[in-house]
Design a binder for this molecule. Structure first.
Ligand code: CTP
Length: 408
């Protein structure tokens, strides 16, 4: 990827500096980020301020340096949220074993760790410490957790450390750190300029004002996918059936009730859509008749005749064009479910099917966790049981990698 010069133009970077002897090298990181067009705000831990003067960072970043959370009591509360809102990217360089542990555990006991918890966008850490600390199983574990949570970790170099010993743990050359930050940021924003349509939740098919046909879908998977696509720079429209979930930040959410309304809302966005995640658990049939008053149970047939609802995914698939379509298959049987999901992949003209087990103790419905099998024409892959937030990122990532014309 040949992007520089000015490849970070209009990018707001929040740079955290923690207390390691390599903290002075972060000064060059600031200058290099600014040369690439980024605006940089620096947050230093207490220990870092003992190693390098905040004034140096202030001069090089040309903006105030944030140190203690309670230093400006009139503002801090607003400020840490405001800074987290301002930033497009957060970087901790150098990152000590201590800040890695705090970030992995969600501990927020100073300004930098609080910002790491409050910031929802892409995050990079560049660890630097002595070899024993780097190779300590606790650090290995923390780094693994951070990677799973979506952090990008810049591997430390191997070489002569401040202690005089040789080994892995060295802070890389600032030039290389900035190169890694930039290529991560651009690959991470892989969906910038793309429009993603996500459907989520159940539908409800009412047969009188108070009763309906539905299913226990919570909408969590679809909401997590909308958030994950947004994190990667997409413009996202979320068409949601009834759920208890708040609309994800930065996502346009359209609330619908029935399959028919969901279909209409999808059609209204279809011309601008590049990628569809059809995550909703659409109810397949609806009562043929609707009674404006509550039906009586001694009526001949309370529910009456049912008729099919539109198969939204199939209908959209018929006008696929160059769009990338992801369908979901909710199946109760393992073997038959797989056969049926493979059939749906062909029949519904989709590029990918995500197979979910529903019903039984490990049902995808309502749980925060899920395990899925991803079926594409090129092959199949199992994604082990994970929190839906993480699984959503993995699914969005599979789509990013499968998009035609990608060279990363
Ligand atoms: N789907 C849809 N419209 C429907 C039913 C399903 O768009 N009326 C979509 C779902 O959102 C999902 C995919 O089609 O992305 C497969 O849904 P699923 O319920 O597993 O399959 P069905 O097509 O309903 O087939 P069956 O119930 O026979 O398994």
């Amino acid at each position: 990827m040949l992007l520089h010069p000015k490849d970070l133009r209009d990018t707001n970077i929040l740079l955290g500096v923690s207390g390691c002897i390599a903290a002075y090298k972060a000064l060059e990181v600031v200058s290099r980020l600014r040369k690439r067009g980024a605006s940089v705000s620096v947050v230093m831990t207490d220990a870092a301020t003992r190693l390098v003067s905040p004034l140096s960072f202030q001069t090089l970043s040309d903006s105030p340096v944030y140190t203690r959370m309670f230093e400006a009591p009139k503002q801090w509360n607003v400020e840490h949220i405001a800074l987290a809102e301002w930033a497009d990217l957060m970087v901790v360089a150098p990152a000590t074993g201590n800040i890695l542990a705090k970030a992995a555990g969600g501990i927020a006991d100073d300004y930098l760790s609080t910002l790491l918890l409050a910031f929802a966008g892409p995050k990079v850490v560049s660890p630097a410490m002595n070899t024993h600390m780097w190779q300590n199983p606790a650090t290995t574990r923390n780094v693994e957790v951070l990677r799973r949570d979506g952090y990008f970790v810049i591997e430390p170099d191997t070489g002569r450390l401040a202690s005089g010993a040789e080994g892995p743990g060295r802070f890389p050359e600032p030039r290389d750190v900035v190169e890694e930050i930039s290529s991560f940021y651009h690959s991470d924003r892989a969906l910038a300029g793309r429009r993603v349509l996500v459907t989520a939740g159940p539908t409800r098919e009412y047969f009188d004002p108070v009763r309906f046909l539905s299913n226990p879908s919570s909408g969590r998977m679809g909401y997590a996918i909308a958030r994950a696509a947004r994190e990667r720079g997409a413009e996202v429209v979320l068409v949601s059936g009834p759920t208890d979930l708040p609309s994800p930040r930065g996502v346009e959410t359209i609330s619908v009730v029935s399959a028919e309304q969901m279909h209409e809302a999808c059609l209204a966005s279809w011309a601008e859509t590049d990628i569809l995640f059809m995550t909703a658990a659409v109810v397949d049939c609806r009562p043929a008749a609707y009674s404006g008053v509550k039906a009586k149970k001694d009526q001949d047939a309370l529910l009456g005749e049912v008729v099919p609802t539109p198969d939204i995914l199939t209908a959209l698939g018929e006008d696929k064009g160059s769009r990338f379509l992801v369908g979901f298959a909710a199946e109760t049987e393992a073997e038959e479910g797989l056969i049926s999901a493979r059939r749906k992949l062909r029949k519904k003209h989709v590029d990918m099917i995500v197979l979910n087990r529903v019903g039984g103790p490990q049902s995808a419905f309502g749980d925060d966790h899920n395990a899925v099998r991803v079926l594409a024409r090129s092959g199949e892959e199992d994604l082990p049981r994970e929190h839906k937030r993480i699984l959503a990122r993995q699914l969005v990532d599979r789509v990013v990698r499968a998009l035609p014309g990608r060279d990363m």
